[in-house]
Write a protein that binds this ligand. Sequence first.
Ligand code: SD4
Length: 336
Amino acid sequence: MWTSLVCVVLVTSPGGASLPLVVNTWPFKEAAAAAWEALQSGGSVLDAVERGCRRCELDQCDGSVGFGGSPDETGETSLDALIINGDTMEVGAVADLRRVKNAIGVARAVMERTHHTLLVGESASAFAEDMGFPAEDLTTNKSKGLYTRWLQAGCQPNYRQNVVPDPATSCGPYRPGPGRTPHRRPPPTDLRAHDTIGVIAISGKGQVAAGTSTNGANHKIPGRVGDSPIAGAGAYADSSAGAAAATGDGDIMMRFLPSFLAVELMRGGAEPSAACTAAVARTKRHYPEFFGAVICANTTGHYGAACNKLPGFPKFSYMVVSAETRGPSLHTVDCF
Ligand code: SD4
């Protein structure tokens, strides 16, 4: 009785029930198509995740993935990426990667060509070059323009606090200020500049992989690494449960490992939408005004998403591809 009831719910759920499956953050249709194409042409779920993220790196999806976006306080773009094999729990990640465009490729090289999990900064770039990835300037006219306008605006907004000169009105260099305010001032969230790609791919046999690629946050402090390359934060995958990926204010979200939490909830039987909602709610409990969303999918091919409602961010869009959708289909969830 109970089993058949569950079956009915699965079939009629708006979150689909079809494998193989690709789900990715934001309306990045080309990325979804690239990931799906990888699966259809016999590639693995890792290939699908890599191709999807790579497509966005090349297209500079919304300027927040790949080269030429999110210049830091010195005007340089640096990249973060992560890939997870949910069958073997192998993970490769790269953070604060400089002068190399193919961040997801480097993350996969960390996974497949080292025994490490995460390489960062200049040393990650040296590793990438050793592995044959070309060194290139990640700056574009667009990122130069963003940087110039930011300087002209007195370096506003920025991520500093409790320093002198007053970071709310002045550029650096900064040094420690007297005292410490008990609450940090609101983060300089730019809703248009937070569009990390996170991809979940699940094969017909239930093999799960997930990954992310991003250039982080506009005007970040050099060396800043967000949630995206951190396993359990930016994404998580486990073929015995499912996968999740997060997007938004990584400085906040990484404190709550929302992707890990969502996967563990799915392992315990939660539907993907409920798991995503719980992961967002956990962060919201401490930071009601955080900007972010989470996508989730389980090994039966169900999927869902959740987001924190903010002025200017009432809904979150994500892409789904399965045999049922016949091509990338745009899904939208109301934030709460
Ligand atoms: C970060 N989470 O570096 C990333 C940015 C992002 O959607 O997701 N934007 O904080």
